[in-house]
Write a protein that binds this ligand. Structure first.
Ligand SMILES: Cc1ncc(C[n+]2csc(CCOP(=O)(O)OP(=O)(O)O)c2C)c(N)n1
Length: 633
């Protein structure tokens, strides 16, 4: 039946039995395809029926379907004519792993960061209203995990105050983020799930909403639990209703008929409605269901039947950090570890297993995580915030306002720095050097390999300032970290190669992070000097000054954006010293880089040995290669 579905219109006129069969086919399709490419298998297996029901009740793209975070949009992609694209899911030029506007008119937004869909929905629905459009509904599917994010609540606050907004919020409640969803909201949703009598739809109408014109007081009361005790017994949906939002549910999220009934009610209401659907992450696939830790939230290439990874796994940067923190934590009781719903992916799971009382998972709440860390640091703890570079963007104000101004000693372990391959532009950690560098008191370190990563983490930990150690996704070159905890000389770069070229031909490459290794390869060909810079801030200005004395040209290399990046720091430092030497800045271009294989993407940006050599020769033709044939062999 799947072959017959090339657009949501093909879902109409089908019996429930056919739809159940279709759901089964979609599950088999997902397991087969995603096992081959890697991707978000568990979340998509959980929303098969939900997505079918949404596409039957609402007419996309006339009605706007939004997927919070977007990692669970595979079924939507299948139903909107993109099943063929799953052969190349998340590969260069292939189907994106998240909604993508260039792919389809059915993808209205591009995302991958959690908790934004309700704000999008509010904006889109209000745009319709301002333009007098009355027949289009906006539907936002949001997970219970994403609902823990502050943006969701800011949006709910505003949505609740709206009149005549055609907006349906479908809460996909599978009790899990990556791991089980935690916190007060999770407890609240579980009250809704388990209280009897709420399978039936409540007798609701506009009158209820009209009686709740002001949201300020109810929000205060619900959030402060003034009414909660009584309300949870009589009407557990009270919190949502107090906000002025109609609540429907809970509905069995795997029963298409029940879902359609609920969604039709919500659609006809013409005001913001929450439909609470209960689903199971990984539904129908035993290996996913049996994965207690993450229910196959995201998988690499795996055996479709057993779910066992097929690619060989080498030690990742994340595991280097994870081991390091465990070591540090054993001797330092003041270390606390903080994550925003990413215990496993950031490697904090090991620390949690050993030191559960010193590990804090705050939910998808990066802003809270950072200010929470500030609070702990303020009282003598040494917080380590383990966070993806891309998600620290969320907490930029907190970083400046709550951490840096107070000059608090918080270590940010910035994972997935630089390009992130298959996850694409919305997940890229390309901006951290640029956005951290301009913050006073901040220290920034860029390890070139695993051994140095460990040493820099220890170094950063011993500083009494906010610091960030940034490292990329995946595995490094395989440098074995030292067994003991070591520091490197603070703020000092390391000269790894010295040029013996004649005057006028001498070039110094200043490498930040992992691109040190291709830089060393290129340096062999150009007889260049190479510095492993290690620190973006403080920059080793002394070394720059010394190199400037007997070098004619500079090249900076980094895996972050050129604009405002580490190369810019060098340029500024040289200018401040009155040194005016030609300097070529290599790094990520001023454009968004889509998903694809990391190596291919980096090569496309000229950030491999061949590309670096080419750029240097184009810019400084006077430098003649010693033996260009060796590069890339
Ligand atoms: C701002 C932000 N922080 C962290 C993440 C990483 N992340 C991706 S999906 C996810 C869990 C989402 O849980 P939920 O919304 O319940 O969806 P489910 O996967 O359970 O369907 C997390 C933490 C993210 N995408 N965005």
């Amino acid at each position: 039946m799947l072959e017959e579905i090339s657009s949501p219109a093909n879902l109409q006129g089908r019996s429930q039995a056919e739809l159940v069969e279709l759901a089964q086919e979609i599950r088999e399709f997902l397991v087969e395809k995603v096992s081959r490419t890697g991707g978000h298998l568990g979340p998509n297996l959980g929303v098969v029926e939900l997505t079918i029901a949404m596409h039957r009740v609402f007419q996309s793209p006339h009605d706007v379907l939004l997927f919070d975070t977007g990692h669970q949009s595979y079924v939507h992609k299948i139903l909107t004519g993109r099943a063929d694209g799953f052969e190349n899911l998340r590969q260069r030029g292939g189907l994106a792993g998240y909604p993508n506007r260039r792919e389809s008119e059915h993808d209205v937004i591009e995302n991958s960061h959690a908790s934004t869909a309700l704000s999008w929905a509010d904006g889109i629905a209000r745009a319709f209203k301002v333009q007098g459009i009355k027949d289009r509904t906006v539907v936002a599917l949001v997970g219970d995990g994403a609902l823990t994010g502050g943006m969701s609540w800011e949006a709910l606050n505003n949505i609740a105050s709206a009149q005549n907004l055609r907006l349906v919020i479908v809460v996909n409640d599978n009790e899990r983020s990556y791991s089980p969803t935690i916190g007060g909201l999770a407890t609240y949703l579980s009250t809704l799930r388990t209280t009897s009598g709420y399978e039936r739809f409540l007798d609701w109408g506009k009158g209820v909403l009209e009686k709740t014109p002001v949201v300020g007081t109810p929000i205060y009361e619900t959030l402060h639990g003034v009414k909660k005790g009584i309300k949870d017994i009589v009407a557990p949906q009270g919190m949502f209703e107090d906000l002025g939002l109609k609540y429907v549910g809970p509905v069995d999220g795997h029963n298409i008929e029940a879902l359609e009934t609920a969604l039709n009610h919500a659609k006809n209401f013409g005001e913001p409605v929450i439909v609470h659907a209960i689903t199971e992450k990984g539904r129908g696939h035993a290996p996913a269901i049996n994965d207690e830790a993450e229910k196959f939230h995201a998988v690499g290439i795996v055996d479709p039947e057993t779910g066992v990874p097929l690619a060989k796994s080498s030690a990742t940067w994340t595991s280097i950090f994870s081991d390091e923190l465990l070591k540090l934590g054993a001797s330092r009781p003041d270390i606390v570890a903080i994550t925003a719903a990413m215990l496993g992916p950031t490697g904090l799971d090991q620390f949690q297993a050993k030191f559960p009382d010193r590990t804090f998972d705050v939910g998808i709440a990066e802003q809270h995580a950072v200010t929470f860390a500030a609070g702990m640091a303020c009282e003598g703890m040494k917080p380590v915030v383990a966070i993806y570079s891309t998600f620290l963007q969320r907490a930029y104000d907190q970083l400046i306002h709550d951490v840096a101004i107070q000059d608090l000693p918080i270590l940010f372990a910035l994972d997935r720095a630089g390009l992130v391959g298959a996850d694409g532009a919305t997940h890229a950690g390309s901006y951290d050097i640029a956005f951290l560098r301009c913050i006073p008191n901040m220290l920034i370190m860029t390890p070139s390999d695993e051994a140095e990563c460990r040493d820099l983490l220890t170094t950063a930990y011993h500083q009494n300032h906010p610091s960030a150690v940034r490292y990329p996704r995946g595995a490094g070159i395989g440098a074995t970290p030292s067994k003991e905890l070591r520091t490197v000389p603070f703020g000092k770069a390391e000269l790894r190669r010295r040029s013996s070229a004649v005057s006028g031909q001498r070039i110094a490459i200043l490498a930040f992070g992992t691109l040190l290794y291709p830089a060393l390869e290129v340096a062999e060909q150009l007889n260049a000097s190479v510095a492993n810079m290690r620190f973006v801030k403080p920059l080793d200005v002394e070394l720059l000054k010394t190199l400037a004395q007997d070098h004619d040209y500079f090249v900076t290399i980094e895996d972050g954006v050129i604009q405002g990046g580490a190369g810019s720091a060098c340029l500024e430092a040289l200018a401040a010293m009155g040194i005016n030497k030609p300097l070529l800045q290599l790094g990520l271009p001023d454009s968004f880089i889509e998903h694809g294989d990391y190596k291919l993407l980096m090569a496309g940006c000229g950030l491999n040995a061949e590309g670096i050599l080419k750029s240097i020769q184009e810019r400084f033709p006077v430098i003649l290669p010693v033996n260009p044939a060796v590069i890339g062999k």
